[in-house]
Ligand binder design. Sequence first.
Ligand SMILES: *Cc1c(COP(=O)(O)O)cnc(C)c1O
Length: 405
Amino acid sequence: MASEKKPTADPANWAPQTRLVHGGTLRSEFGETSEAMFLTQGFVYANAEQAEARFKNEDPGFQYSRFGNPTVAMFEERIRLLEGAEEARATASGMAAVNAAVLSCLKAGDHIVSARALFGACRYIVDTLAPRYGIGCTLVDGRDLNAWKKAIQPNTKLFFFETPSNPTLELVDIAAVSEIAHSIGAIVVVDNVFATPMLQRPMALGADVVVYSATKHIDGQGRCLGGAVLCSSDYMAGGLQEYLRQTGPTMSPFNAWVMLKGMETMSLRVNAQVQTAGRIADHLAKQPGVKSVLYCGRDDHPQAEIAKRQMSGGGQMIAFEVEGGKAAAFALQNALGLIKISNNLGDAKSLITHPATTTHFRIGPEARAELGIGDGLMRLSIGLEAFEDLAADLDAGLAAARKAA
Ligand SMILES: *Cc1c(COP(=O)(O)O)cnc(C)c1O
């Protein structure tokens, strides 16, 4: 690759919007404006000596796309710069990122403390998969600092949580929980999907490892799956690098290219969605038949003080409960025209889901009750549509819900 014309400033000093557009760009000898897509499995060497040097890490360059690829490397560098991390690796999905971040540094006999309010698949990894390999796990109420302290065992090696949580938007105090973890030398892994890299910076608050489902706001337009792990050089060298290289949860160059394009507009999209989400949350709170509204940007969020401290915006996710349970919740969804019924989130299109019968069906009624997921609870992901159109659609949905209640 021809080297990029020297930037006028150190990319690390660029504002986030600038990092999102220019961070990590590599240009081939053709000088293309848009990032090139390198759909190649392998790379050829000029001679045998170069091949040997490449494998000895003495010659910079790529060997095989499971280990690294120019398009994927551009995405990794762009998200690394945005987060301000020492290292970043892309993965095939958000779950591949969570799995690698958690399991690559643990062995049989170790112990995880995790918040119980988790994305279903994250909960499977810490609570079901890890114990099968002799790694213990204690689930706690992530809002309760004492619960984190009490769950510590002599072999506790890792703390895991997401904040805000899915779907009830519970918050974990990142700085306080990181301090507890670090007092016993445990690693803190944060799933930062709901907050997005635009609104919350877990590493600045003490987290050691941050994971993303790039599927959500980073693509942001509902196309490709992807994930990312961000961490220190020590953590990478301590096992993650080797785990990713040898087990192969690699992001495809095509998906990396889509994610690079997604990042260019992420700040604009997330800002617009946060603006609309705040207005929709306030609108919902005034409607008859709406029992409660949970939104991280509202003063009546039970942990509004933590939201203000660690997030720079309320996010684009809203949870609200309708009166009348499942019948009302279903009538609401079926009366919507614009807002689509889908368990995905972070899309340009507004999406609604009923957690009790979809994303959180499998965890069972007891775990749902513990997490406050009632039969009337809806999770709404705000897209890029106009506020007026979304409000009118929800009004029609709520009218149907009231009839069914
Ligand atoms: C979607 C999601 C994941 C998993 O990401 P995939 O890309 O679907 O594998 C993990 N954590 C949270 C909070 C998510 O919303």
